[in-house]
Design a protein around this ligand. Structure first.
Ligand code: FAD
Ligand code: UDP
Length: 371
């Protein structure tokens, strides 16, 4: 659809991007004021941003990587449950390393397989001993990982995966990335510590559609190429902040991904939704078997391999790289943004490694200040 002329009527809010941040904030605004005139412009051919799911062969395929909703915030959980019914999926991925399989996150099942031990006391003794090689406060991911779980687990389950995922040595990565993962001395393979977890039955796209309600949406349109055609009292931009400013202060770094999917005439290919490949010389990090998210019954299955890669202009930017250098550049863009009548939000607008629940929390915070 052409965007020409669509800006001729004045909108209260124009959202650039139809991802979770825009869907939430526009929904909150409309809840408060049902007369608000809202336009959403999306450059992709669909709504949902990276949480978009597509039904293929009766299976809801997570087109931009596995998305498991998890939160400890009851308000956020109740909010998403008002747009979709969630199942009780619990993420418990398997890690493959050179033909061995381990449970994730790091818990007694992982430790007993790694060291042929049985009790938490034995596991703690080994980890405590291995941790000793780090005597300072961790300054990089390698030190952080060893001081959390020791060198054996670092070498087999963290180093290769992380270096593939982020395209750099673990010594050059910030410690916080690995702090996301739980370490437990109980036999519990739940990847998350949060109180609530699940997958919206029927996929995320349906949920986003319900959130967007009657808001006007234009797909297949890059706002930055058509800026002059759109007018609003407020613009909310959820794309990359550096791209908005035409990279005038330099380019922020991102990691991108390539997804390779195949449909197999098999009922059950890998027996679990997510398998992590933790050795360096296998080029993909994860293999996703989508039907396991919703226990879909089918003779076929769809499996997607996820290959991390460098980001270059024109590619999708999936992960901000929140190291010091990029953070400083982001801060400069943020400063620059104060001169514009534009609000930057979402994972790319704020250049922050937010999960879905945090995106919703941020939308609530923006709603407070937007007027
Ligand atoms: P996005 O989803 O990126 O939406 C931004 C939208 O803006 C996009 O649709 C884009 O096309 C559009 N856009 C950008 N520029 C323009 C422009 N110039 N004109 C028009 N449109 C534009 N979170 C979890 O909680 N659990 C998980 O298991 C999980 N797994 C993940 C796995 C992967 C591989 C990735 C990459 C992320 C994962 N996340 C997960 C995080 C989750 O995807 C994000 O928190 C969420 O999607 C962010 O929503 P958003 O609206 O900020 O951004
Ligand atoms: N990680 C790892 N081995 C794994 C899984 C994760 O070393 O098998 C590390 C890796 O550095 C990754 C980080 O933990 O970037 C966070 O993992 P998570 O699964 O939360 O990443 P995301 O879902 O955001 O890609």
């Amino acid at each position: 659809m052409s965007s020409k002329g669509l800006g001729s009527s004045m909108y209260d809010y124009i959202f650039v991007g139809a991802g979770l941040f825009s869907a939430t904030l526009s929904n909150l605004i409309l809840k408060r004021n049902s007369d608000a005139k809202i336009l959403i412009i999306e450059k992709r051919k669909h709504i949902g941003g990276n949480i978009y799911t597509e039904n293929i062969e009766g299976i809801n395929v997570h087109k931009y990587g596995a998305h498991i909703f998890h939160t400890s915030n009851k308000k956020v959980w109740d909010y998403v449950n008002s747009f979709a019914t969630f199942n009780r999926f619990t993420n418990s991925p398997i890690a493959f390393y050179k033909g061995e399989s381990y449970n994730l996150p790091f818990n007694m099942n992982t430790f007993s397989k790694m060291w042929n031990i049985k009790t938490p006391k034995e596991a703690k003794e080994i980890i405590e001993k291995q941790k000793k090689e780090i005597t300072n406060t961790p300054t990089n991911l390698e030190e952080q990982a060893i001081s959390l779980v020791g060198r054996d687990i670092y070498e087999k389950l963290i180093k290769g995966y992380t270096e593939k995922q982020w395209g750099r040595d673990c010594k050059e990565l910030p410690p916080f990335i690995i702090k996301r993962l739980p370490v437990r001395f109980i036999y519990d393979n739940n990847y998350f510590n949060d109180s609530y977890q699940g997958i919206p039955i029927g996929g995320y796209t349906q949920m986003i559609k319900n959130m967007l309600g009657n808001a006007k949406i234009i797909l297949n349109t890059n706002y930055l190429l058509n800026k002059n055609e759109f007018e609003a009292k407020k613009i909310i931009f959820t794309g990359p902040i550096d791209e908005y400013f035409n990279y005038s202060l330099g380019k922020l770094e991102y990691r991108s991904l390539k997804f390779e999917s195949e449909t197999l005439d098999e009922e059950n290919h890998q027996g679990v939704a997510v398998v992590n490949y933790t050795e360096k010389n296998i080029p993909y990090t994860r293999s996703i078997e989508h039907k396991h998210f919703e226990n879909t019954i089918s003779n076929k299955t769809i499996v997607t391999k996820e290959y991390p890669c460098d980001w270059n202009e024109g590619m999708e930017a999936y992960y901000p790289i929140n190291d010091e250098k990029n953070q400083l550049l982001y801060d400069k863009y943020k400063q620059l943004s104060k001169n514009e009548n534009v609000i930057f939000g979402g994972r790319l607008g704020e250049y922050k490694y937010y999960d879905m629940d945090k995106i919703i929390e941020r939308a609530y915070e923006y709603e407070e200040i937007i007027n």
